[in-house]
Design a protein around this ligand. Structure first.
Ligand SMILES: [Fe+2]
Ligand SMILES: [Fe+2]
Length: 420
């Protein structure tokens, strides 16, 4: 091979600091009758024209904030194929990258192994079938979806019954003409924004899996998934900007989980974190949204994305099957800790902590009401209906993980059919 190995820095780009209030708002439509006080809660207007946005994106950046890799690469890679070679990709400054992150970007330094394979024929028919399905079922977010649908961002896009404070004293005190519509817009934005950021995390993690996967079948499948995730990002981003007109930064819980998955050099942790945990919880959330959404465009977007995500979770399960059967106890302990801690983070995301203040409501009171809400407790448990059975299928339902799931009150799903 004449070309030298690529040495690069993976730049994970998240909207972490989006102005003083952390929110972005597009001035795409005039809705003067509504939400005149929203700007007081920190909502920041985005530049309207492409040229302004392009200029912002080209702001000079620095590598000064790039963190060192959190842990050295380990030998956690599965037994190498004879025709496969691995190379460590070092996190080093790239002179071609400009300095100083713009407020809309952040940079994460990562290190992981890169596998070549010189055997291009199929050795994993199960993964090859998934790859073929991915190609057959691709859809175009631009042409497949009814973007001319008129969406009122302050209408009941998702049933009010899923509002974390629905039915509480605070809910009853809200002004139904002004405060309830504004809260609906904030909650819809918060939820879909975190879907969007999760999709970007999946895009980045899957691109890493293309590099680390040992077989041609896995690489080709993962490349197809990268394209799936790109379309998911495109669809949610367009919906948020054109229809909801408000974008939240990632929940700190989600951002921290994505950072963990993207910086861990062990290949199985990427699959476990992204394909099993993040995508598993996303499938649970998408299912609820799809079944209960009152707005047809978000329902259709979510329906299309769910079909893809089911393949993504299946890829994780097929790839990890058998990997943990003979893993040394100390290494297995890392996986147990990761599952338990990540599950706690995924559950806590859904308290919508960032929304209350931004929507002009009393933060502490709303948080307590959301914590007590029976509907929210049920919703948060349901999100684990895919994760728990898949963890069990992978042989990771150890006594410690079982205790963790019992504490989260989600062990009831262990024998559910995760493919349903
Ligand atoms: Fe996705
Ligand atoms: Fe996915």
């Amino acid at each position: 091979m004449a070309r030298s190995l690529a040495v690069s820095v993976a730049r994970a780009v998240f909207d972490t600091t989006l102005g003083p209030g952390g929110l972005l708002r597009r001035r795409t439509k005039e809705r003067p009758e509504r939400d005149a006080s929203a700007d007081e809660s920190g909502v920041v207007a985005l530049a309207d024209t492409p040229s302004e946005r392009e200029l912002a994106a080209e702001a000079p950046r620095t590598d000064a904030d790039a963190a060192a890799p959190s842990s050295p690469p380990e030998s956690g890679v599965s037994a190498a194929d004879d025709d496969t070679s691995r190379t460590r990709v070092e996190a080093v400054p790239d002179a071609r990258m400009p300095a100083m992150p713009s407020p809309e970007e952040s940079v994460l330094a990562v290190a992981h192994e890169l596998s070549y394979t010189w055997k291009y024929g199929s050795t994993r028919p199960d993964l090859h079938t998934l790859y073929e399905k991915s190609k057959d079922l691709m859809w175009n977010a631009r042409t497949r979806l009814a973007w001319d649908t008129d969406v009122d961002p302050q209408a009941e896009i998702v049933s009010d019954a899923f509002n974390p404070i629905y039915g509480t004293d605070i809910w009853r005190r809200l002004d139904k003409k002004r405060e309830v519509p504004r809260l609906r817009q904030h909650l819809a934005s918060y939820m879909i924004s975190n879907f969007l950021h999760g999709e970007q995390g999946a895009l980045l993690a899957t691109s890493q899996i293309v590099a680390t996967a040992p077989t041609a079948d896995a690489k080709l499948y993962a490349a197809a998934q990268v394209f799936d995730e790109a379309r998911h990002v495109e669809a949610y981003d367009r919906y948020l900007n054109e229809k909801i007109e408000l974008v939240y930064p990632p929940s700190p819980y989600l951002k921290s989980l994505l950072d963990t998955v993207l910086t861990d050099s062990r290949w199985d942790m990427k699959y476990l974190g992204m394909q099993i945990l993040v995508e598993g919880v996303a499938l649970g959330a998408f299912g609820l949204i799809h079944n209960t959404a009152k707005e047809p465009l978000i329902k259709e977007i979510t329906h299309l994305i769910m079909q893809d995500e089911a393949r993504h979770v299946a890829f994780g399960v097929l790839s990890l099957k058998g990997v943990y059967d003979h893993m040394p106890e100390s290494e297995l302990r890392d996986r147990e800790d990761f599952i338990i801690e990540s599950s706690k983070q995924l559950r806590d995301r859904f308290l919508a902590q960032e929304v209350w203040e931004a929507a002009g409501l009393p933060k502490k009171e709303c948080e307590e009401a959301a914590e007590r809400s029976e509907m929210m407790q049920m919703f948060r448990r349901l999100l684990f209906s895919k994760i728990v059975p898949n963890v069990k299928r992978l042989g990771l339902m150890t006594p410690r993980v079982r205790r963790g799931f019992e504490e989260l009150d989600v062990i009831e799903y262990e024998d559910w059919d995760a493919s349903a």
